[in-house]
Design a protein around this ligand. Structure first.
Ligand code: DGY
Length: 346
């Protein structure tokens, strides 16, 4: 019998064909959706399974101790269909000799597109506008010059702050610069875990690349000075609740917050309270704590100043095909004893 690769979701015709062209036997979830956890645990325990392609954000696919202890002793690689790996106990997997593959790079543009869309939607109150029409309230809207207005993205001397400044943030900066003032360009502040010894050099390089001032700042300065705060750091114990009541209170009343990283980095209760109190102008969220079990009565979903979309940052066809390709390529590489194309190193 051939060694097996477990695939917990059909990854599309192109990537499936790549898997089918190998000599491995495939165990594919027969449902085009989330399998049961019991199915995943039963299949990964098959001693012939040497690689597994899994999804992000589904309880069935969590690679925790339960999964890893149930897994075949011959499992060599778990390849996630995501750049984020907060659903995987990487140190425990590595301690069992299991490598973890992920999909960095190929989704940066798509997530940056979504981030910019949320920035514009939040600044220009698109959520409120759509609700108004769907509630048949447009005819009752008294037109006046400043009705439905929001802060301008081209406002002179804007400060744009990032929590986390990796590949996706850089793609966001490239895009936002097309919208911002040319005569009085924005300043970019970013905070990350720690300043480097050659921080001044790094920032000079960023500034020259983007043609505007870019510099690292402590997160409090990012909160205090930014007109737009964009969360794009990875989730770790150090970043959970990074945006909490204290952070939100430091933000300008006219500023907006956009989270395209992971829900738990922003404390939902604190954000709802800050929006209620008018401490910030609005928020745009691609991710939210508790997803996907987030319903219409959630305080942030109900809030007219908050745009919430269902974690679809990378959801364009080209990007998902590229993620599928990288995900299966990592699995095949690991299964054939080759280095992964993109391995998570912690
Ligand atoms: C990622 O790739 O990490 C995206 O957020 C999808 O989960």
């Amino acid at each position: 019998m051939a060694p097996k690769i477990l695939i917990t979701r059909n990854v599309g015709p192109e990537a499936m064909a790549k898997l089918e062209a190998t000599d491995f036997e495939l165990i594919v979830n027969p449902v085009d959706g989330e399998p049961t956890r019991a199915w995943v645990l039963e299949k990964v325990a098959d001693p012939e399974v040497i690689a597994a392609c899994i999804m992000h954000g589904q309880p069935s696919d969590k690679v925790d101790r339960e999964f890893l202890d149930a897994a075949s002793p011959n499992l060599k690689v778990v390849s996630t269909f995501s750049v984020g790996f907060d659903h995987i106990d990487v140190p425990y997997a590595n301690s069992k000799g299991i490598a973890i593959g992920h999909t960095p790079g190929v989704l940066s543009n798509a997530v940056a597109d979504t981030t910019v869309m949320l920035v514009l939607m939040t600044l220009r109150r698109v959520e409120e506008g759509i609700r108004l029409i769907k509630d048949n309230e447009w005819p009752n809207l008294p037109w006046a010059p400043f009705v439905m207005c929001g802060p301008a993205i081209g406002h002179p001397g804007l400060t744009i702050g990032f929590l986390g400044f990796g590949r996706i943030s850089e793609c966001v900066v490239e895009r936002l610069l097309a919208f911002t003032s040319k005569s009085s360009p924005p300043t970019i502040l970013y905070s990350n875990s720690r300043a480097r010894d050659n921080q001044a050099e790094i920032d000079a390089e960023f500034s020259s690349r983007f043609g505007v001032t870019v510099r690292r700042a402590e997160k409090d300065e990012v909160a205090e000075k930014s007109d737009i705060v964009i969360v794009l750091c990875s989730q770790s114990p150090a970043t959970v609740d990074l945006v909490n009541a204290a952070f939100l209170k430091k933000m300008k009343n006219s500023a907006i917050l956009v989270n395209a990283a992971r829900g738990p980095i922003v404390n939902s209760e604190d954000l709802a309270a800050a929006l209620d109190a008018g401490e910030i102008f609005g928020a745009g969220l691609d991710v939210i704590t508790g997803e996907p079990k987030v319903y219409a009565d959630h305080p942030l979903v109900k809030h007219p100043k908050c745009v919430v979309i269902p974690h679809m940052g990378s959801a364009d066809y080209d990007t998902r095909n590229a993620m599928a390709d990288l995900c299966v390529s990592n699995a095949i590489a690991g299964a054939t004893g080759k280095p992964l194309i993109a391995e998570v190193k912690v």
